[in-house]
Ligand binder design. Sequence first.
Ligand SMILES: Nc1nc2c(ncn2[C@@H]2O[C@H](COP(=O)(O)OP(=O)(O)O)[C@@H](O)[C@H]2O)c(=O)[nH]1
Ligand SMILES: [Mg+2]
Length: 312
Amino acid sequence: MAGNDVTSLLTRARAADIRALGRLITLVENEPSIVQDINELILPLVGRAHVVGVTGPPGAGKSTTVGALTAVLRERGRTVAVLAIDPSSATTGGALLGDRLRMHQHDLDQGVFIRSMASRGSLGGLSSKASTAVRVLDAAGFDVVILETVGVGQSEVDIAAVADTTVVILVPGMGDQVQADKAGIIERGDIFVVNKADRGGAETTRSQIRFAVSGGAHATASWTPPVELTTATTGAGVDAVVDAVDRHWAQLVSSGELDGRRAARSRREIETLALELLHTRLDSLAAAVAGGRQDPLSAARELAELLWRAGP
Ligand SMILES: Nc1nc2c(ncn2[C@@H]2O[C@H](COP(=O)(O)OP(=O)(O)O)[C@@H](O)[C@H]2O)c(=O)[nH]1
Ligand SMILES: [Mg+2]
């Protein structure tokens, strides 16, 4: 596909053409050769959206909550794009999410875009595909981009590498697990949600999370991660989650931490890409040495020279 076509898809996507946007995301998913073109093209358009990551264990109610959050955000006049990374299959999870959101009649709403990306069979590069897709949704002009991934800790997509605000969804009874595995769960969340509060034990779990959060990395002088109780199936408590998401954004902007976080993310991304490039070169040098076409010292010099020339 030529660059012109991508440009025209992007122009149409920015004019709320949902089908054009869908095609762009499909290209990101299936055509690695033009991902770089897309990334370059959207560069001036990226950075406006509030990217919200929603993560938590399977079955915690992430998709249901995302549907309910979307409804509240729309009521408040915000446009919303959802990218759900489905760990299990291409069909069921996506369809489920679609069904949930359809309950809120979002399918007739131009201010909402929902897409799932299957992780099965596309392990390699899923993380970079997801982050490019999030950038495309940002460039398309959505106010809020929600990225749903399964977690915590077992995720193939590092949500903190993409999201400005991370919402961790847990359920009653998980308090002990949270306290035992602080690094895995507490360190990741800016906002915690105990969903399925219609079941017993939600208040106890909230107290346990609050206790664990007080020493977590995201608890700073200006931000203590709140712990909200929700029943996503009825929408109870979801308004408070949206309030917390908005407060967190305001705090990120006013404290300058938004720029800091985004710079830190870019730094990690560049580092990963640079190491990939280096390893590719190293692989071909290793093959040359093993094949007797080059001696190890000259190969080492070549690699060192590459780094030297690229140096500051
Ligand atoms: N009782 C109860 N069930 C819920 C609640 N939220 C979600 N569920 C149910 O939990 C199941 C898993 O929800 P889903 O949103 O698919 O979870 P995900 O795997 O985290 O995306 C579904 O059957 C939901 O209807 C809730 O607040 N209360
Ligand atoms: Mg889900």
